[in-house]
Each structure stands twice: as structure tokens, then as C-alpha cells.
Write a protein that binds this ligand. Structure first.
Ligand SMILES: Cc1cc2nc3c(=O)[nH]c(=O)nc-3n(C[C@H](O)[C@H](O)[C@H](O)COP(=O)(O)OP(=O)(O)OC[C@H]3O[C@@H](n4cnc5c(N)ncnc54)[C@H](O)[C@@H]3O)c2cc1C
Length: 308
């Protein structure tokens, strides 16, 4: 298969910060890109109520998502990229091509695929330190408004959206009782001075319905072995995330997908690479880097007889 018979030079799966950066870089080195996205352009940016660590004057995620949407529209208008609505299912790398299969059966080929599908929320049943009824499905903290939080609110986990929520709602007076397992302690450090947070160090939390009345009963085993029982009006999910990779990717021990372990035609960008670098700026950098790597390593050099 030659470069001219590919559907695109570069297929980008996911149009969050990493995927859009990959598309911008592809256009700048004159590579044809197809971007496959199953949701709104901008990805997790739509969940960020307040931010201050991104180059530019962006104070909320949706503002930046709007700018990324405009970037993709501009690339499409210029004929440098095509946005395809769909859900990527499976990738494979071959000597002469990389291939992507969508959930609806469509198949695309390219010289390289950049997978930038990010991470997805963990649910209580996936973590050993929480036990709860099978129908327990708490709403995510990032979506909660202060007005909804009446009564005693418990938050499962001290993942970083906790700090974002507090910054996004500086006038909220609700106390958040945050059940914090040892694995989240380093993240809790950034909110421990906020008077609205009560950190509850836990080794295990058992959630059940009370014998009578509404809400939840939370039985906590502390890290020192002590046991306490609390009544919660509401419980919110802030348990963190897991990689949202595609079939065909190689995983490390944590389930993430390091770029350097994949087939040479498949690269990983953004949050999907590792639990360690989950930030907008590093996602953007890795998206651009993934395309440059293909451009210099492969697109400019023949690969097993193929021109690209
Ligand atoms: C509540 C919250 C607050 C945050 N606050 C900050 C902050 O203040 N500063 C900061 O730097 N970072 C923050 N982050 C982290 C930041 O949002 C991420 O690091 C960044 O969005 C990662 O970009 P990405 O492109 O890798 O993934 P994502 O933004 O997750 O984008 C992935 C895209 O892929 C799409 N997708 C997924 N699977 C498929 C599939 N199979 N087929 C097609 N499309 C698919 C998704 O719909 C999504 O659009 C926050 C995250 C959250 C959740």
C-alpha cells in the first residue's frame, strides 16, 4: 500500500487537547489528517470550571475547548483535516500501514495513527478500598453545583478535580468530607489548607442504605484501624480515572499505553500515556510530538518500500 492510497497520512483518535495539537502539527508539516471523535471537541476541558496553568489567558476549560473547536474548523475549511464522528475501537500496525476500525464497522488506513483518547472515570466497584451496593452510582464531583449540595456531603477520593472544584466555586460554603485512601494523599496535600475540606484518611469505606430514611451510611475504617460510622446526605465520585485505550494497544503494568512500546506506526498522546503527566500543556506537547516523530522518522523516509 502506498501513501497515496491511505485514507490519511495521520489518523488522530480523540479531539481533546492532545488530538487537536496533533492535527495542528500535521497541517503545519503538510500531512493529511483525519480526526475521529466520539464526543465534543475539547474532551475533558468541558469539565474544568477554573484553571490557571495553561499557556494563554484561559481561565476555564470550556473557553479553551471553544478555541480548539475553531482550530479544527479552520483546518477543515483549509482542506487540511477531516473531522469524522465515530467511536474508535481497534488499531493495528502493519509494515505498510496503520489501520483503525470504528465501532460502526468503518475502517481507515494511514501512515500513522495517534491515539489520544485520554482517560475515563473509575467507578466504586473497581476499587478495593470501597464496597457499596451494586446499584450505587454516585455523580461526579466535577459536575456538582454548590446549590445541589445541601446536607452532609461526602466525596469518594481526593483526585485532582477536588482542587479544580474548590477554585471554580470560591463562594461555595459547603463542607466536603473527603474520604482519602493512602494512594490519594499526595493529591490531597494541595487542598488541605482549604477550610471547606475535611479530609478523612481511610483504609476502607463501606457504603450502604440506612435502615430508614434517605441518604447513605458510610462505615469508615481509618488508616490507624479505628472504625467510625457517618450519615451522608449525598456522596460524590472523585475516585480518579483509568486509561480509555483501544484494542490493539500494548499496556504497561498500570494499564496505560506508553508510546515507545507500540508498533512504530502507532503513537500515544495525552493522558493515555501515563498516570503521571495528566495536564493540558503536556497533552498538547505530546500530541505535537507524536506527529513530528512520524514526520521525521517515517514520512520523510521510505519504510519497507512504502513512500510514506
Ligand atoms: C475535572 C478536571 C479538572 C482538570 N483540571 C485541570 C487543570 O486545571 N489543568 C490542567 O492542566 N489539567 C486539568 N485536568 C486534566 C486535563 O483535562 C487533561 O490532562 C487533558 O484534557 C488531557 O487531554 P487528552 O487530549 O489527552 O484527553 P481528553 O481531554 O480526555 O480527550 C480525549 C478525547 O478522546 C475522545 N475519545 C475517547 N475515546 C474515544 C474513542 N474510542 N473514539 C473516539 N474518540 C474518543 C473523547 O471524547 C475526548 O474528546 C483536569 C481534568 C479534569 C477531569
Amino acid at each position: 500500500m502506498s501513501a497515496s492510497s491511505y485514507d490519511a497520512d495521520v489518523l488522530v483518535v480523540g479531539a481533546g487537547p492532545a488530538g487537536v495539537a496533533a492535527s495542528l502539527m500535521a497541517a503545519s508539516v503538510n500531512l493529511r489528517a483525519i480526526v475521529v471523535e466520539s464526543g465534543p471537541v475539547g474532551g475533558k476541558l468541558h469539565r474544568i470550571g477554573a484553571m490557571d496553568n495553561v499557556p494563554g489567558c484561559w481561565s476555564t476549560g470550556p473557553q479553551l475547548a471553544e478555541a480548539l473547536t475553531a482550530d479544527l474548523e479552520r483546518l477543515q475549511d483549509a482542506g487540511r483535516c477531516t473531522l469524522v464522528r465515530g467511536h474508535g475501537l481497534k488499531v493495528s500496525g502493519h509494515d505498510d500501514r496503520a489501520e483503525l476500525v470504528l465501532a460502526d464497522g468503518r475502517v481507515f488506513t494511514a501512515g500513522s495513527i495517534v491515539v489520544a483518547t485520554g482517560v475515563t472515570e473509575l467507578s466504586p466497584s473497581e476499587l478495593e478500598w470501597v464496597s457499596a451496593p451494586t446499584d450505587f452510582s454516585p455523580s461526579p464531583l466535577w459536575r456538582a453545583t454548590p446549590q445541589e449540595l445541601t446536607g452532609r456531603t461526602y466525596v469518594l477520593g481526593a483526585d485532582r478535580p477536588l482542587g479544580t472544584w474548590l477554585r471554580a466555586h470560591p463562594d461555595a460554603t459547603t463542607t466536603l468530607h473527603v474520604l482519602c485512601p493512602p494512594s490519594d494523599e499526595y493529591k490531597a496535600a494541595e487542598v488541605e489548607d482549604d477550610g471547606r475540606v475535611r479530609l478523612v484518611p481511610v483504609s476502607h469505606a463501606a457504603i450502604s442504605r440506612p435502615a430508614s430514611g434517605d441518604g447513605w451510611t458510610v462505615e469508615v475504617k481509618g488508616q490507624d484501624g479505628t472504625k467510625n460510622v457517618y450519615a451522608a446526605t449525598s456522596i460524590l465520585n472523585n475516585l480518579g480515572s483509568k486509561p480509555a485505550g483501544l484494542t490493539g494497544l500494548i499496556s504497561d503494568g498500570d494499564g496505560y499505553h506508553p508510546s515507545n512500546q507500540q508498533h512504530r506506526r502507532i503513537r500515544i498522546a495525552g493522558d493515555l500515556r501515563s498516570a503521571r503527566f495528566q495536564r493540558i500543556a503536556t497533552a498538547q506537547g505530546s500530541g505535537a510530538e507524536a506527529v513530528l516523530a512520524y514526520y521525521y522518522d517515517t514520512a520523510l523516509r521510505p519504510m519497507n518500500g512504502a513512500t510514506r
